[in-house]
Design a protein around this ligand. Structure first.
Ligand code: ADP
Length: 287
């Protein structure tokens, strides 16, 4: 259901509470915080269920309009260190909507074929179709994050990518896609806890990757790369939202609200019938 402003635990619009600004310092983010939200885990979890139902109603309207010629779509871009909760975000937030309406893509180490192309080639192919919610689990931002941290291409190559990405996103937005960019931040300690849990539970071994531990040594370099990403690609047409993600319930309810906000801005209505309803009723009655 739509928000009941009086009883809402949100003290300010989530877009305001989480929007990255010129003063955002990655090193200073309080990863335990719950910006703009006055309530505990129980309330947050309950609210996510309610708002998930509303998100699903909005998505159905987007889908219906897409089937009727509307070109618009929403693209959720999820970035964050290993264990930040990107997969859980897809399950617990996007999981509320009809899977038919979701174009999901995840981006790992590029395949040999992908490496033969420009880095935006695989991204371009995965953009959401009209009427869809697109979700990117990692994205073209890996090409200025892991690629920068590991010197996978020379600096002059990755440093030109920020402007190129801004331009690329400008075109996507001009084609009718609202981009919701979410950077999820956990602390180094929280990551250790989450990795330890993966080693304790046989049902989580599949998520454990020994290289995640080596990456921990590069944490400061990643922080620097995330800082540069926020500084250089936080545009008006595709702003970044900074999500403290130590509390999973908070990051999920917050991103759910960002998606609702993006869809509400479309002011969607049900598409009008493309046939004469009265005529069809009569035809049906006589059939
Ligand atoms: P996850 O760890 O998210 O479950 P995968 O193991 O399939 O997913 O792949 C993620 C890994 O791929 C990450 O270590 C990420 O840094 C790496 N990766 C993603 N894009 C690139 C890229 N363009 N170049 C190099 N490595 C990349």
């Amino acid at each position: 259901m739509p928000n009941d402003a009086e009883n809402s635990p949100w003290t300010k619009p989530v877009t305001e509470a989480l929007r990255a600004g010129p003063d955002t310092r990655v090193a200073d983010i309080d990863t335990d915080a719950t910006p703009g939200f006055e309530g505990d885990k129980e309330l947050g979890t309950r609210l996510l269920e309610e708002r998930g139902t509303y998100l699903s109603q909005l998505q159905e309207k987007l889908f219906a309009n897409g089937r009727s010629g509307d070109r618009r779509s929403v693209l959720l871009i999820l970035q964050g260190m290993d264990t930040a909760g990107k997969g859980g975000m897809v399950r617990h937030v996007i999981g509320h909507v009809d899977p038919q309406g979701v174009d999901h893509a995840s981006f790992g180490v590029p395949t040999p074929e992908e490496l033969r192309h420009h880095y935006l080639w695989r991204i371009n192919k995965a953009l959401p179709r009209a009427g869809q919610i697109g979700v990117f689990d990692r994205s073209h931002y890996e090409d200025v994050l892991v690629v920068r941290v590991h010197d996978l291409v020379p600096e002059r190559v990755w440093s030109a990518r920020y402007d190129e990405i801004n331009q690329f996103e400008r075109e996507i937005v001009d084609n009718g896609t609202t981009i919701v960019k979410v950077a999820m931040f956990i602390s180094l300690d929280e990551q250790k806890k989450r990795l330890a849990e993966r080693l304790e539970r046989p049902d989580k071994y599949w998520k454990y990757n020994p290289s995640d531990v080596s990456e921990r040594a590069l944490w400061p370099a990643y922080q620097e790369a995330y800082q540069a990403m926020l500084d250089k690609t936080n545009t008006e047409h595709a702003p970044w939202y900074v999500i403290p993600a130590n509390r999973k319930w908070y990051s999920r309810v917050a991103v759910g609200e960002l998606m609702i906000d993006a869809l509400e801005r479309f002011r969607l209505d049900w598409p009008a019938a493309m046939f004469d309803v009265e005529v069809e009723k009569k035809r049906l009655a006589l059939s």
